[in-house]
Design a protein around this ligand. Structure first.
Ligand code: AMP
Length: 269
């Protein structure tokens, strides 16, 4: 468990004690996005349909794992609302200040802030992208549709992850993250090489403030109610596909097959 105070992140280290960490921030780490994707974009316009994807799933259903696999395989930027908020918290921005309070009590960040934040992020992206964690409410979904329709870039596939609740609960307890990059580790099936340390940068990993049983239960209940509404909203559009399984390894090949079927191999890196 850990909590956020005065923009410093206090983390429970694998050894036990709470310890403040300094989270370095660079502009390149703003989102878990692939930058400089002009080559990919021009390829996909010619050889395949642009990918405008949305990933839905309960907290802990493996959205982060699936999105980084899709990102690697198809070379597309991932726009993760949770990562962007955590990076704002680490930088101590005004949005980060609001987000920290909401996340800590298991609540959502207000719609107007989220819509502004994500549509701004989408402006910098071109043809292909994957949205993770946004939209989460019908208000956000409608606002997103409106903004995308204005530039003729509507969503063309919604990937819904369905994972049993007991599996999700265990995963949450074992999860550690590297905030600047959004890299996620899991002590049971994807541990870092050195406990508590990011494999790539050697920087410290942290627990998310909302990865504790109390906050998690609130998030899960709330998520269920709101996702039902979102699923209903998108089901009418015939671009919603649900993938079921207990592990990300079981689910990912199904997603990859579906993406290749719908978008061809024009997006492959
Ligand atoms: P995530 O990493 O996607 O699980 O997001 C972590 C937390 O950030 C959520 O529990 C919310 O408090 C907040 N958050 C992320 N995305 C949104 C969103 N689209 N709308 C409102 N709050 C969000």
């Amino acid at each position: 468990m850990h909590f956020i105070k005065n923009y410093r992140i206090l983390t429970k280290q694998p050894g036990g004690w709470f310890k403040p960490i300094h989270v370095p921030f660079t502009r390149m780490s703003l989102s878990r996005s692939f930058h400089g994707s002009n080559f990919v974009n021009s390829l996909s316009v010619k050889d395949g349909l642009p990918m405008r994807l949305l990933l839905l799933g309960s907290p802990g259903s493996g959205k982060g794992t699936q999105s980084s696999r899709i990102q690697k395989k198809f070379n597309i930027p991932v726009i993760s609302s949770g990562d962007i908020l955590r990076q704002n918290i680490a930088r101590g921005t005004k949005i980060g200040e609001i987000a920290a309070k909401e996340i800590e009590r298991g609540a959502y960040v207000p719609d107007d802030i989220m819509i502004e934040l994500i549509t701004k992020e989408l402006q910098n992206k071109q043809q292909n992208w994957l949205l993770d964690g946004f939209p989460r409410t019908i208000n956000q979904a409608v606002a997103l549709d409106d903004r995308l329709a204005m530039t003729d870039r509507s969503l063309n596939l919604i990937i819904n992850l369905s994972v049993p609740e007991e599996v999700i609960l265990q995963r949450i307890m074992d999860r550690w993250v590297h905030v600047p990059s959004g890299r996620v580790y899991n002590l049971s099936y994807n541990p870092p090489k050195i406990n508590g340390i990011d494999d790539i940068t050697g920087e410290q990993l942290t627990k998310r403030s909302d990865d504790n049983p109390e906050t998690f239960k609130i998030r899960l209940q709330k998520h269920k109610a709101l996702t039902e509404l979102l699923l209903e909203y998108y089901a009418k559009r015939n671009i919603l596909v649900t993938f079921c399984g207990r592990t990300s390894d079981e689910i990912y090949p199904q997603i990859e097959r579906e993406l290749l079927k719908r978008f061809g191999s024009g997006n492959l890196g």
